[in-house]
Design a protein around this ligand. Sequence first.
Ligand code: PLP
Length: 454
Amino acid sequence: MNKQQFIEDDLKYIWRPFTQMKSLEDEKNKPIIIKKGKGIYLYDIDGNKYIDAVSSWWVNTLGHSNKRINKTIYKQAKKIEHVIFAGFTHEPVIEFSKKLVNMMNNSLRHVFFSDNGSTAVEVALKMAYQYQVLKGYPEKKKFIALKNSYHGDTLGAVSVGGIDMYHKLYKPLLFEIRQADSPYCYRCPMNCNKETCNCECLSSVENILKEEAQNIAGIIIEPLVQAAGGMIMYPAKYITKLRCLCDKYNILLIDDEVAMGFYRTGKLFAYEHAGIVPDIICAAKGITAGYMPLSVTVTTDEIYNAFYDEDIDGYKTFYHGHSYTAYPLALAVALENLKILEEMNIEEYLKPKIAKFSKELEKFKAHKNVGDVRQTGMICAIELVKDKNTKEPFSYEDGIGKKIYHEGLKLGAILRPMWNCIYFITPYIITEKKIEKLTDIAYTALNKVLPNEE
Ligand SMILES: *Cc1c(COP(=O)(O)O)cnc(C)c1O
């Protein structure tokens, strides 16, 4: 293989996501050609290996090239790769849906399929609005969303997004929402401190509801961690209290578990930490262990039944679907993934790893540019600041994250800091030894870019 030609062709024919294409002219930004993966490692065509510390965009849980998953794909492909999901059904989708609903074991009992996180959110928003119409509240057409939130890149998902860099430009195309404060504990909007926090920042949600609950269909949140917004973490009691507010003001709680679902926080879904049940959940990343695109929007009997009707062509039907709805290959993998996680006894399996990460994070705390170190289950984040006392952030132009990324690559790890936040979202199968190695690499990379001397 002619590597130079490959890279040239890549740049010539492909338009990449989230990338200023001109930046790729710079030698150090040339894409790395990955040839294979095994476990937590990715291998490039030059024989370098990298720890996949971002789980290939937060989707991989069982590591790369898992034998059982690979076999499942092959076996299912020999049976049926895809079939229209109208008038027809198949074993993997039935078995998976039944197993998932039984694992949740609550009022979330109806599973709607699409094939990525953004569309799972679109489905949730349409479902929520239509539910309100069907219940006799057509004026309930706005959603509440939080600052710093990310729910995907299709227009409905962008409407409820709260990251200016990604979302602001498209504002003229979006529907109207109400934005509430972000529960950003390190930079608390109420200036409270963590130890005495009583989720005072929820007042910003309640103020909106007091003003116009009659116009609000629901609120959408990322549970426990606002991930793409900078791994912003907040306590479970925020969600518990939010559930009460939703009931009090008659709005729906839409829980976007796309990043947190399938044990990323240590439990199947993050809402479990809050001891509540949302009205709708969206899930995607992790659902197939990172092997196939698939997503679900799951809802309650209450919502499902509001759509149930005699009139088969009437307005109560949910008019939504995609060509790859309930894609059998993906469903077979999703089912196998649930079986593997069950056999691993995944909640117990993750506990020592979560503890190990927590121990290894300690070494970052004394660094002069580390403002905050935080962790929720298998997600760890280190927020860098110019000044620890004032919490002054680095500006985007400082490019700290990019520099750390390049140092990480040299040291054998794919760290992909978001602006000023180094994070780890690794496959679950990472060993304690490799957790030590990865955090050492990150620490070394950090010190290369921001030496810790006075
Ligand atoms: C990644 C993500 C999405 C979008 O999922 P895609 O599969 O990338 O469309 C939605 N919500 C959250 C919380 C996410 O992290």
